[in-house]
Design a protein around this ligand. Structure first.
Ligand SMILES: Nc1nc2c(ncn2[C@@H]2O[C@H](COP(=O)(O)OP(=O)(O)OP(=O)(O)O)[C@@H](O)[C@H]2O)c(=O)[nH]1
Ligand SMILES: [Mg+2]
Length: 217
């Protein structure tokens, strides 16, 4: 009896996400759903990205957290249009929450909208919101077994950013193992090795964004 209920929820979400997608296309805004476990570096990546690309393109941010507006405060300090969603306990964002949030943004003026999902390596991958791509971060301190233990997010994502590579001397983590097992799950995955702290490797990520925004507009 449980299965149809779950299917109904997912189907209802897909309908709302498809409508969001239509609105994003109409406004020519490229949309990313940024996912990771708590603390992997989503907001740090957004801070670096905004510092480098805002001006070259118009960026908007939707922040998703169970509680607080700490991340939205970090981003709005940078002068980008930012909206905070508090899910009040829910462990992921869905199409309906995104619809409520983007009505506070001037979509027509944006080239790129990045949605920082709730920190969680499981549920966010199950819900679409109308995004063009899902992008995920795995930090090296989380361990190189994560692709095999949490495969769905790796399967659903177009990009994997392996963050905190500045910590590699201090943690037991094989980048090769992460890459090998991720690519087995999803051979189309684009992988960048980065450090939001030292900025190593971020040039490739910025170029990926530039190419995607250009081809979608
Ligand atoms: N050493 C190191 N620390 C980093 C790096 N990137 C982020 N951090 C630190 O990791 C912690 C968490 O970073 P956030 O960017 O807040 O992570 P988040 O994924 O947005 O976290 P939630 O929104 O709570 O899920 C902070 O203390 C950052 O300074 C990195 O490349 N290297
Ligand atoms: Mg954050």
């Amino acid at each position: 009896m449980k299965i149809p209920v779950v299917r109904d929820i997912l189907e209802a979400n897909e309908r709302i996400a498809a409508e969001n997608r239509r609105i994003f296309n109409e406004n020519r805004v490229f949309v990313l759903n940024l996912m990771s476990a708590p603390g992997a570096g989503k907001t740090s990546l957004l801070e670096r990205t905004v510092d480098t690309l805002n001006g070259e393109m118009q960026i908007g941010i939707i922040e998703g957290d169970i509680q607080s507006s700490i991340d939205a405060a970090r981003l709005s300090k940078k002068g980008v249009a930012t909206v905070q969603i508090n899910t009040d306990g829910a462990c992921h964002l869905d199409g309906n929450m995104i619809r409520g949030a983007f009505s506070h943004l001037d979509l027509k003026s944006l080239d790129l909208l990045i949605v920082e999902n709730v920190g969680n390596l499981v549920c966010p991958a199950e819900f679409v919101m109308g995004e063009d791509h899902k992008v995920m971060i795995l930090s090296v301190s989380e361990g190189d077994d994560k692709p095999l233990k949490y495969p769905l997010m790796f399967r659903e994502s177009s990009v994997l950013l392996i963050n905190k590579i500045d910590l590699l001397p201090y943690v037991d983590c094989s980048i090769n193992k992460i890459k090998e097992s991720s690519l087995k799950i999803n051979p189309d995955l684009t992988i960048f090795e980065i450090s939001c702290k030292t900025q190593e490797g971020l040039i490739g990520w910025y170029q990926w964004l530039r190419d995607m925004v250009r081809t979608s507009s």
